[in-house]
Design a binder for this molecule. Structure first.
Ligand code: FAD
Length: 291
């Protein structure tokens, strides 16, 4: 099923993100964790893709299993930056053959190696090139794109970032999912600006429950997200107590989701990171709200 058809305009829906195993040896563990999350019957599940394609087969295997055996609509991520046209086009056809109707079309991060390589030889420069390829192969795919309430780290300024985002959406994005953020006001400001710029597709906020103190530094480094004082105090207090940090991180994420819904946002994507117990807890915290 297409994600564009299930995004609810009135009631709150929750979707979850999982990531594929890095090697075959932990495939089974990851598969079981993603199945536990699928049993919670989220609105949909997304499966990330290792930039460079090293784990790409696992993305498809995990996505196919959830889609076909658990009837949870699945969004397969695909990156393009360091891949050839031939490889990417084959991946798109494989996703189609697996019965998956949704692709999250991404450029992928520029590793230091890629940063220093000769870009004139690249087949793809930006996610928009991938979106055009997907459309050329099959008009029917439902396509998601990434967006950044706190601007993409490579962008000069937000105006430029939103200009390219509008071009990306016009090339064929059916919806956008945001980078994680920890202050909802940043999302509300971003939404105001993109709507003003003429971007009208649904935007699904991405919420990351921080459940372990060590995750914080990594999450900030990857996302460049602003940490509100309220969140910093919570990490200072509970960061060294794993059980307390998990409970506090889930409560903070739940609070963000409730505030989003109270302000008219009806679809939220949770970066559940292969942790069924976190996904389950968030759902149960929202039990009466989701009902
Ligand atoms: P783009 O849309 O290409 O944007 C990248 C930068 O280029 C931005 O600064 C943008 O303003 C600028 N830009 C865009 N178009 C143009 C243009 N035509 N000309 C000039 N500049 C332009 N990474 C993975 O490796 N695997 C994943 O599964 C994955 N999933 C993600 C899911 C979400 C929801 C998000 C938010 C990110 C995800 N990422 C993933 C990370 C993502 O690949 C990186 O953030 C990457 O740096 C940018 O990808 P993008 O698709 O947003 O790129």
């Amino acid at each position: 099923m297409k994600i564009s058809e299930i995004l609810n305009k009135e009631k709150l829906t929750i979707s979850f993100e999982v990531f594929p195993p890095k090697t075959n040896s932990n495939f089974e563990t990851v598969k079981v964790a993603t199945e536990e999350i699928a049993k919670l019957k989220p609105a949909f599940m997304s499966v990330t893709y290792g930039a460079g394609g090293g784990t790409s087969q696992y993305t498809l295997d995990i996505a196919k299993n959830i889609n076909n055996n658990y009837s949870v609509p699945t969004l397969a991520h695909l990156t393009c930056v360091s891949s050839t046209k031939e490889t990417v086009r084959q991946k798109i056809k494989d996703i189609k053959a697996a019965g998956i109707e949704n692709i999250m079309a991404l450029r992928g991060d520029l590793t230091p190696e890629l940063e220093n390589s000769d870009r004139s030889t690249w087949d793809y420069r930006h996610a928009i090139d991938l979106i055009r390829d997907i459309k050329a192969i099959d008009e029917d795919f439902c396509i998601g794109g990434a967006c950044y309430p706190e601007i993409h780290p490579e962008s000069e300024n937000q105006k430029e970032d939103i200009k390219y985002l509008k071009e990306k959406v016009d090339a064929g994005c059916d919806f956008l999912t945001t980078q994680m953020f920890f202050d909802n006001n940043l999302l509300y400001n971003f939404l105001y600006k993109i709507r003003e710029a003429g971007i009208t597709v649904p935007v699904i906020p991405g919420i990351m429950p921080i459940t372990n103190g060590n995750q914080v530094a990594r999450a900030i480094k990857l996302s460049g997200s602003f940490m509100p004082q309220r969140f910093k105090s919570l990490v200072d207090k509970f960061g060294t107590n794993p059980d307390a940090m998990k409970q506090a991180g889930i409560a903070y994420a739940t609070d963000q989701i409730i505030d989003l819904y109270a302000n008219g946002i009806t679809n939220v994507h949770v970066y559940s990171m292969n942790k069924p117990e976190v996904a389950e807890k968030i759902q149960s915290n929202l039990f009466d709200i989701l009902d």
